[in-house]
Design a binder for this molecule. Structure first.
Ligand SMILES: Nc1ncnc2c1ncn2[C@@H]1O[C@H](COP(=O)(O)OP(=O)(O)OP(=O)(O)O)[C@@H](O)[C@H]1O
Length: 516
């Protein structure tokens, strides 16, 4: 028996979950070829792997959303032969996903109650619903109002409600699939504090993330999946970031942030005193040149995404901006696209891909002219275009005609990016472009961004990952309170300076102040 098999065959009283040789195929795609994994009480066990390695499929099998083709699954000592979401929940399994799944027209308290109360509870005790919700949210270190409608919450706030739901159900086995993807630094710290607290209470946490710094900060053990198989399980303290990357991709990676110096050309976009009362934006001023990558840093809700939405015409501003020396007032996304503006949004479920449509249709959507002849879409042209992006962006898919929903999260992100590359933008706004993307693909997306800059595209890069912002950008505009509070050049920017500006530390107003 191999060391790996031996370690998985040991089942102690502290073992919460044990999966052995799990396999799963989808119409010819071998998603899991033999996954073994175990989780003990009071540990954070990270599950990592490239996009498409099988992490979500494994999660869905343990949470009862999918049945495995073969293999053995034991949850808290029970051999699970026919799993369902209800059964998994009754055994103490809960999961939090990267994309919150709240009912938008219900309040925070109602969303939590819907999840925790049985449908047989007809008499609604509003007072206890609200106090229960408030108590859970306070445990998470937030004073979010339980009476707020879910539709009014930011992505980070929605994620916090998801976590409150899981915690409220007293889960002892908690899957967290990219839980920090939509959170800012402060929320991540809050979450980690809570994860440690839960671990101390004996909860076992399966932590899935592409952010290796996070894995190293929070995990006790790490299991690496590659192409649907378990490659290794290690003590977190015994491996470094480079080891993890090599174990995940099966090769070594030279550089994660490959920013090359690109000559900066004339001004592409000049924004002066931009306000958008509907989004709370006030007096935002900045400029970005062709060939330049301008970073937008700041906490979630600080105004970064709101500026992007305004520039793309999703929520029009009252005033004009100057695009390639021409004053324009952008009132719709269609107009923005005609003017050469591409926008990869942060929330790809809402504004990103159409899940039932083919990869090629999703890619051609914003520039149908390129694949049409005399007003009619030529499917073969569309598929050729899809195939070339599948090749260039290393999208893991069997072909351009498969539905977007069959792709793993990271590969969907690449399809969303391809859509905007296909419009040949002059100004590209990328909101968290590498969110949920594995390290290898991340390096590829960074390379694509640099190539865009080399072709003279002006790029605005919004990211909550400071190493990404510092590694990729020529200048960094820092947001706080829905305006820009300062910009830093590549040379002067440090993580500490950006954080100080973002949090409003009085001694940290370095860099050129934009609000003069
Ligand atoms: N419903 C489905 N139909 C067809 N193929 C699927 C389906 N669900 C998953 N797959 C395939 O199974 C493989 C594993 O996908 P999975 O989503 O588990 O990967 P992952 O490790 O979670 O990736 P990511 O990090 O991108 O989220 C991928 O090749 C994916 O395309």
């Amino acid at each position: 028996m191999s060391d790996l098999a031996a370690s998985y065959s040991l089942m102690t009283t502290r073992t919460l979950l044990r999966a052995a040789s799990i396999t799963k195929s989808f119409a010819g795609v071998h998603a899991l070829k033999g996954v073994s994994f175990d989780l003990v009480e009071g540990e954070v066990h990270a599950l990592i792997g490239e996009n498409g390695a099988g992490k979500s499929t494994f999660t869905r099998i343990v949470t009862g959303a999918l049945s495995p083709d073969s293999g053995e699954l034991r949850i808290r000592g029970h051999l699970v032969t026919r799993n369902t979401p209800e059964h998994a929940r009754s055994l103490g399994v809960a999961a939090i996903y990267q994309q919150p799944l709240l009912f938008p027209h219900l309040t925070v308290a109602e969303n939590i109650a819907m999840f925790l109360e049985s449908s047989a509870t007809w008499r609604v005790n509003w007072k206890s619903r609200y106090s229960q919700a408030r108590e859970l949210l306070l445990r998470l270190g937030t004073n979010l109002d339980p009476r707020r409608l879910a539709s009014s919450l930011s992505m980070a706030e929605q994620q916090i409600v998801e976590i409150a739901k899981a915690i409220g159900s007293n889960a002892t086995i908690l899957f967290m699939d990219e839980p920090t993807a939509l959170l800012g630094e402060r929320e991540v710290e809050n979450l980690f504090r809570l994860v440690r607290q839960l671990r101390g209470e004996g909860v076992g946490i399966v932590y899935i993330s592409h952010r290796l710094e996070e894995i190293q900060a929070i995990a006790d053990r790490i299991t690496v999946l590659r192409d649907g198989s378990t490659i290794t399980c290690r003590e977190a303290a015994s491996v470094d970031r480079r080891d993890l990357i090599e174990l995940m991709v099966g090769r070594s990676l030279a550089s994660i942030f490959p920013k090359r110096d690109v000559p900066v050309r004339e001004t592409a976009l000049k924004v002066e005193g931009l306000s958008n009362p509907a989004l709370g934006l006030q007096n935002v001023s900045f400029a970005v040149k062709r060939g330049e990558i301008l970073g937008f840093a700041g906490l979630v809700g600080s105004g970064r995404t709101e500026v992007a939405r305004t520039l793309f015409g999703l929520s029009p501003a009252a005033s004009t901006i100057e695009l390639f020396e021409t004053p324009v007032r952008i009132t719709s996304p269609a107009q923005a696209i005609r003017l050469g503006i591409g926008y990869l949004p942060e929330d790809r479920r809402q504004h990103g891909l159409i899940q039932e449509m083919a990869i090629s249709e999703n890619i051609s959507m914003a520039n149908l002219r390129e694949v049409s002849h005399r007003g009619l879409i030529e499917r073969s042209k569309e598929e050729d275009q899809g195939q070339s992006y599948i090749r260039d962006l290393h999208i893991k898919a069997s072909g351009p005609s498969v539905a977007a929903r069959t792709l793993s999260g990271g590969n969907q992100q690449k399809v969303a990016l391809a859509r905007w590359l296909a419009i040949h933008p002059r100004l590209m706004i990328l909101d968290e472009p590498t969110q949920g993307v594995d390290v290898g693909s991340k390096a590829e997306i960074h390379e694509l961004i640099v190539q865009m800059a080399e072709r003279g595209v002006a790029v605005i890069l919004i990211s909550s990952e400071l190493p990404e912002i510092l590694g990729m950008c020529d200048r960094i505009a820092v947001f706080r309170g829905r305006t820009i509070v300062g910009t830093l050049t590549r040379g002067e920017a440090t993580q500490a300076k950006i954080m100080a500006l973002a949090f409003g530390h009085p001694n940290a107003l370095c860099g050129e102040a934009l609000q003069q």
